[in-house]
Design a protein around this ligand. Structure first.
Ligand code: PXG
Length: 461
């Protein structure tokens, strides 16, 4: 089959060859990739993507956790087209602004928690978190507490791939490449009961994991700590839903020591948890919120930092110029598309309808895997799910070669036209919020086959 791009009509092998010659892929073992050639995705609609061989694949990851609204919404294409004709680019530096940025800023103040009414625009989640680092340090400088520089994060967190984002993240293999983390970033344990909870009950373990924050603040000295950053539910770390005891304790500790609370809502935001934001799901009141992905449902690259009224007051009126910004901060086309996306989410009640109907269905159906001999735990919330494999169900003993089972299963999913992501030995789901019950049934049918085949490969029955 041939595919046309800008008048070039090439077949699969030709695109693959050009890709191999010229394109460096993110997070990819290129040697392994070039052995078999990239899969070429040519179009998408609803929850499905199509490859260059004409195969229809159910995308249970919504791209990279981002296509919340589903593929193929013409309104978003029209918003981009019309904005490009009207004003394809202008910046927000030097005392200018434009309607798409202002319109989106106001919309965001309406859909985010009540005390977050200000936004700094970026082009990605990584840039949002870079902005967080600079902004919290700037805030404490203005407040006359310049010693508050340290940002505490968590092991196995994902906050992006730029120098600051990867430093905030707790992914050891990323730190090993390029001498990270940068100074004044500290990591504490994560609330991952299945892997770390031992004999403790989940709620007791959740409290203990939260108290690691208090210990770290005390060890550093509270007067040195600027902020604590965390994803309400860890996404790329394996859809880790903390025990209910965790977040209230974290909130208490942040308040007690006057440490800013930053919620990284890049995955959890815009309906992923069944609420508009993960912060609402857990009842958090963050000072800052990093947003991206679902903000535009991935149709345009845009992110941002939502800022509380109290912090915005200090940043706006007490400190003079914040020397930070990107050429494309508040890009008009990205803003117009994000605003169209948010209006559709809001006006069609996509999040509320998912929470009422398809979220309970997905969560119930994936729990059917609990009885499978290969499965140690099924966890999830909203339109997020994880099926964790274990060598021994009862003791929660992991496999001797971590990641092998996950990799096998991911390949079986793909052979069966289903995209699921493997994180170690957990299989992850994060489908578009518009997925139907019938499409959830299709995921279940395909995932069941993939898990059965994986168990067979590993000799488990
Ligand atoms: N924060 C969180 C919580 C994320 O998940 C980022 C920040 C960075 O966003 P940008 O837009 O800079 O990528 C992310 C991104 C995966 C995967 O395979 C996850 C992400 C990105 C790429 C792949 O799980 N998360």
């Amino acid at each position: 089959m041939t595919m046309t791009q800008h008048g070039r009509n090439l077949d699969t092998e030709q695109w693959q060859e050009l890709d191999r010659l010229h394109h460096l892929h993110p997070f990819t073992d290129s040697k392994a990739l070039h052995g078999k050639g990239s899969r070429i995705i040519t179009r998408a609609e609803g929850v499905y993507i199509w490859d260059s061989d004409g195969r229809r694949i159910l995308d249970a990851m919504a791209g990279l956790w981002c296509v919340n609204i589903g593929y193929g919404r013409e309104e978003l294409a029209r918003a981009a087209y019309e904005q490009m004709q009207q004003l394809p680019y202008y910046n927000n530096f030097f005392q200018t602004t434009h309607p798409p940025a202002v319109d989106l800023a106001e919309l965001l103040s309406q859909v985010t928690p009540a005390h977050l009414n200000h936004v700094f625009f970026t082009n990605s989640g990584s840039e949002a978190n870079d902005t967080v680092v600079r902004m919290v340090r700037r805030y404490w400088d203005i407040k006359g507490q310049s010693a508050r520089k340290v940002i505490i994060s968590r092991e196995n967190a994902y906050h992006g791939s730029t120098v600051a984002g990867a430093s905030l993240g707790g992914m050891k293999p990323m730190h090993r490449q390029g001498g990270l983390p940068i100074p004044d970033i500290e990591h504490i344990t994560q609330p991952y009961w299945y892997a770390l909870g031992g004999e403790q009950a989940p709620e007791e373990f959740g409290l203990q994991a939260a108290r690691a924050l208090e210990e770290k603040i005390r060890a550093l000295g509270a007067n040195r700590v600027a902020a604590f950053i965390a994803e309400p539910i860890q996404g790329a770390g394996g859809v880790i839903v903390p025990p209910r005891s965790y977040w209230p304790e974290i909130s208490r500790i942040c308040k007690k020591y006057d440490v800013l609370l930053v919620a990284d809502e890049v995955v959890c935001g815009f309906g992923r948890t069944g609420k508009w934001f993960g912060s609402e799901y857990f009842g958090l009141q963050p000072d800052l919120m990093a947003i991206a992905k679902g903000l535009s449902s991935g149709y345009q690259p845009i992110g941002g930092v939502m800022v509380s009224d109290a912090m915005a007051d200090v940043l706006n009126y007490q400190g003079g110029e914040f020397q930070h910004g990107f050429t494309y901060s508040g890009h008009p086309v990205c803003c117009a598309v994000a605003a169209a996306n948010i209006r559709i989410l809001r006006d069609e009640r996509i999040i509320e309808r998912a929470e009422e109907q398809t979220v309970p269905y997905l969560q119930a159906r994936i729990r059917e895997f609990e009885s499978h001999p290969l499965v140690g735990e099924v966890r999830g919330a909203g339109m997020l799910g994880a099926v964790q494999f274990a060598k021994d169900k009862r003791s929660r003993r992991p496999f001797d070669s971590p990641g092998e089972a996950g990799n096998l299963c991911k390949d079986h999913c793909m052979d069966n036209d289903l995209v699921m992501r493997a994180v170690g030995d957990s299989m992850i789901l994060s489908p578009p919020l518009i997925i139907s019950k019938t499409e959830i049934d299709e995921i279940m049918e395909k995932a069941t086959l993939a898990i059965d085949l994986t168990a067979r490969d590993l000799g488990i029955s």
